[in-house]
Design a protein around this ligand. Structure first.
Ligand code: GLY
Length: 607
């Protein structure tokens, strides 16, 4: 059954969200609070010290959390361009000082000419085409999302937010270890595109090495133009023209009309009660908010702290079983809800209790299938292809980036940005310094065909013109019983984003850990297909970034060889993993904010 195209998202009125049928879930109603200071400080966490410094400087200069998040995201696009940049997209969850919540969707969008057949060779779906080259990109959404959040809530002038990024791009910065590592890994593809080669490789073809000065003058000029002329220059002006002309010359289909038509959208945030808190998450096109809410509801009947205290093996077993059930639903039901009906019943309490009915502490459930949420048509998509899918392990790579900022007034921003896999499509637009995303790979090229992350999907996530590919990005904000912001978290790492964000939240809310320990603690990941439980062993020795001191040694729930053996004997296929996802978070502790970055990367945080 083909997914029908309901309408183009551009036909949505500003502020509308799930346009087909009723909204998936409710939005949290505004509860105004005083705008006097909520805390005595502000806080920032990102994966790069230059981005954290930029956000801090903006806050110290009278900017609010919205301004600071934009400045940090722009800097990350310069110093961490393999993960995110203005050629990519983002999802932004904002808790405003007056209590309103906004979910701004800057997800990339398929062009009007997009069709599954473009990603086929010799009659078969060919992920190479959705991962590298001129077909791999959707229309970038990051600039539109930042423009939308700044127009509504920014404090400092738009162009001021570009100062740091422009300066760093113009003067250069020492390439980070992860930049150097990803350039070396992707050099074979980067070399095929002259602008990518010109910026990231030396004239003899050698990749930039860690510590070498990476100068990006074209990107600096592009940023200057956007600072001066706004998003129109990007979507309806020179950038769109140059990009589409270049893409057409190398076989791409995106058009200037696709750029003109692009809009960042407001979505109805998800709101899931959990114990004495409310967890606010991002709805489709993210799958993250829905599945975190599902797993929280599945876990709520269990006394997690007691379970983990008596046996970490039992604790991680329970988490893995929830993950399998949620990801089985993801593969079948999830897609862009402007195009397909994503059942509201996925978050129905009875449905989720029923999903866990066959959970046994004695062993892993075999043959878990997607559920049938109330009010859904169980036969809407075929399952044969999903059942026949050949499972694919994804590599231990952590693409994407999550940053978070909270200011003293109570504005909190959780922002996840991405060009998808490292250096996106590998296609840099000549003369602009902008690397285009490869987000088309987040669609299901064909039911059951795994993407770069090993994820499979049904026709719900099939390619269609104007559609947004399903994401795992999971910016999350937790409100306390007074609906004041208590914790925020999000992560990078493909589908591991969902399970990492869940585990950080559980460690804070159930295991009563401080955000720093919650982020550094060991994690597991199961995504239903392949049927493999990834487990981070404590004290990694080869990552070169995480340190034994920072990670594992202080974790009362560390995953040891004994934990892994225990999980294996419960029937899980356990595979040790080096580092699952990179998370950033902030926690409010009375009137103090505490920020934490992930020791698995070279980030920084300040509060
Ligand atoms: N491109 C990664 C994600 O959005 O899940």
């Amino acid at each position: 059954m083909m997914v029908s195209r309901r309408h183009f998202v551009t036909q949505l009125a500003a502020g509308a969200s799930l346009a087909c049928g009723s909204p998936l879930v409710w939005s949290s109603s505004p509860r105004p609070h005083s705008t006097s200071a909520l805390t005595s400080n502000h806080a920032v966490a990102t994966v790069h010290p230059l981005a954290t410094d930029a956000a801090m400087e903006i806050l110290h200069s009278g900017g609010n959390a919205i301004d600071a998040a934009i400045a940090a995201a722009l800097v990350l696009g310069v110093v961490d361009g393999h993960n995110s940049g203005i050629g990519g997209g983002c999802l932004v969850l904002i808790r405003l000082a007056d209590g309103r919540i906004r979910a701004i969707d800057g997800r990339e969008t398929a062009g009007a000419a997009a069709h599954p057949s473009q990603f086929t060779s010799k009659g078969k779906a060919d992920p190479q085409l959705s991962q590298t080259g001129p077909l791999a990109s959707g229309v970038p959404g990051q600039i539109a999302a930042m423009d939308r959040m700044h127009r509504a809530h920014g404090n400092l002038p738009w162009e001021r937010l570009f100062d740091h990024a422009i300066r760093i791009a113009h003067e250069g910065h020492p390439a980070s270890r992860s930049t150097a590592r990803t350039v070396a890994r992707e050099a074979e593809d980067l070399i095929r595109y002259p602008a990518s080669r010109g910026i990231l490789l030396h004239s003899n073809g050698e990749p930039f090495r860690e510590g070498e000065l990476l100068v990006q003058r074209d990107l600096a000029q592009t940023l200057r133009n956007i600072a001066a002329h706004g998003g129109d220059w990007f979507y309806a002006g020179e950038f769109a023209k140059t990009t589409c002309r270049y893409l057409a010359s190398i076989g791409g289909f995106l058009t200037e009309s696709d750029f003109v038509r692009y809009q960042a959208l407001d979505r109805n945030p998800l709101s899931q009660p959990y114990r004495h808190h409310t967890v606010i998450g991002f709805p489709t096109p993210s799958s993250g908010g829905i599945h975190i809410a599902q797993m929280l509801a599945m876990l709520e009947p269990y006394e997690l702290h007691g379970i983990f205290e008596s046996s970490s093996i039992q604790g991680y077993h329970l988490l893995a079983e929830c993950m399998k059930r949620a990801f089985a639903d993801r593969a079948y039901w999830l897609g862009d809800s402007d195009f397909v009906d994503v059942p509201r019943g996925l978050l129905n309490g009875d449905y989720l209790r029923d999903r866990m009915k066959d959970f046994s502490p004695k062993g892993a459930s075999i043959g878990i299938e997607r559920g049938v949420p109330p009010g859904s048509d169980p036969s809407v998509y075929a399952t044969r292809e999903l059942e026949q899918a050949v499972p694919k392990e994804s590599e231990d790579r952590k693409h994407t980036t999550h940053l978070t900022v909270a200011d003293a007034h109570g504005n909190w921003v959780a922002m996840t940005c991405t060009v998808n896999t490292s250096w996106g499509s590998k296609v840099m637009v000549p003369g602009t310094g902008v690397m285009l995303n490869n987000q088309m790979d987040d669609f299901s090229l064909a039911p059951g065909t795994p993407n770069a992350f090993g994820l499979v999907g049904s026709y719900a996530n099939a390619i269609a013109p104007g559609k947004r590919p399903l994401s795992s990005m999971s910016p999350s904000i937790v409100l306390d019983a007074d609906r004041l912001p208590a914790v925020t978290c999000g992560a990078a790492g493909g589908p591991r984003i969902i399970t990492a964000t869940l585990q950080v939240l559980l460690r804070v809310l159930d295991l009563k850990q401080a955000i720093k320990d919650a982020i550094s603690g060991c994690r597991v990941h199961h995504q239903w297909s392949p049927d493999t439980l990834l487990a981070e062993k404590a004290n990694p020795t080869t990552n070169g970034v995480s340190t034994e001191r920072e990670r594992g040694n202080n974790d009362p729930y560390a995953i040891t060889q004994e934990t892994m053996d225990g999980l294996q004997s419960l029937g899980h296929t356990v595979r040790p993993a080096e580092a699952l996802a990179i998370a950033q978070g902030i926690q409010r502790d009375g009137d103090r904010l505490r920020a934490a970055h992930d020791p698995r990367a070279q980030g920084s945080s300040g509060d």
